[in-house]
Ligand binder design. Structure first.
Ligand code: RIB
Length: 310
């Protein structure tokens, strides 16, 4: 069976729903609070595992009260966690405010900031067994670069989800086979906003010209855009009730990479990613909203036809 390795973050999400975004200095009443297991790396690993694929994760938790809950959540989802290390200090924490389905997040990296190249060396066997290695930006940059090098050493593909947005190091990009930014992260790389179809086409062509074969840009409420060889397609979104967009991007990556690793046709990979993220935005929280394979199979989706842009 194909094996996926996620190297990334594990967070405890502190989620507060609010009626509106408070001004600086203002105190308002919330509309409900919950703690939910999250972290971009962990969410992506959970999404893949719940779809029934073999996935291992390398990451760090702290020596605090959240660590066991975070690890149990991964294990119960089916993620292999022997690569999760316990380090001194707090686990990663994300303070998430959800308002009208949208969110903003304040992240305290905690243990994620201590995921080092030395830890990856201890886990090199996992790279040897991996077909694809998935990376995001909630761990140190040097660790991501080192992970990408180890992936290449062992002939695994590298999927980079450059989230949350930050300057993308060229040193890392040269190892990337599959690049899945959102429109803002793509804009950060390219230096212009992606506002219309002409921008999407230009962006994908320019990223491909950097040597990355497969580009998928998520567009939030506008769907996603991607290349299939030299052709470019838009997948419009499924019409649905948006409850909370947290982990929409992570579950898109999970849905995409699980089909991609199985060798499925690219359109199937995008369709699957669209289905999983559609379910996720209809529910509250990060890992709490990520569906099982059975839930996906039992859900009816009215997926709009893809549109060929180029
Ligand atoms: O992508 C969603 C995730 O971002 C949340 O679970 C939170 O932990 C932050 O890392």
């Amino acid at each position: 069976m194909k094996n996926i390795l996620v190297v990334g973050s594990i967070n405890m999400d502190m989620v507060m729903n609010t009626p509106y975004i408070p001004k600086l200095g203002e105190t308002i009443n919330g509309l409900g609070f919950m703690t939910v297991c999250g972290g971009k790396g962990a969410n992506q690993a959970c999404a893949i595992a719940r779809l029934g694929l073999d996935v291992s994760m390398i990451g760090c938790v702290g020596d605090d009260v959240y660590a066991s809950t975070l690890k149990d959540n991964l294990t119960e989802s089916g993620v292999e966690i022997s690569g999760i290390h316990t380090v001194e200090g707090s686990s990663g924490v994300a303070q998430i405010t959800v308002c009208d389905g949208n969110n903003f997040i304040i992240l305290e990296k905690g243990a994620n900031g201590l995921l080092s190249p030395e830890i990856l060396d201890k886990e090199e066997e996992k790279f040897r067994n991996a077909d694809i290695v998935i990376l995001q930006f909630e761990i140190p940059e040097e660790t991501n670069i080192y992970a990408a090098k180890l992936a290449k050493k062992h002939n695994a593909k590298v999927l980079l989800n450059p989230a949350p947005m930050q300057k993308i190091p060229q040193e890392l990009l040269k190892y990337v086979d599959i690049f899945v930014p959102n429109r803002h992260e793509a804009a950060e790389l390219l230096g212009y906003e992606l506002e219309c179809e002409a921008d999407y086409i230009k962006a994908i062509c320019e990223i491909k010209a950097m040597g990355i074969g497969q580009v998928v840009i998520t567009l939030g409420s506008k769907g996603s855009v991607f290349n299939k060889g030299d052709e470019i397609y838009l997948q419009p979104p499924v019409k649905t009730n948006v409850v909370d967009t947290t982990a929409a991007g992570d579950s898109f990556i999970g849905g995409f990479s699980s089909k991609y690793t199985e060798g499925c046709e690219l359109f199937d990979c995008i369709t699957n990613a669209t289905k999983i993220s559609t379910i996720v935005i209809g529910k509250k929280g990060a890992s709490t909203s990520i569906p099982s394979k059975e839930e996906v199979e039992g859900t009816q989706f009215d997926i709009p036809e893809m549109v060929k842009l180029k």
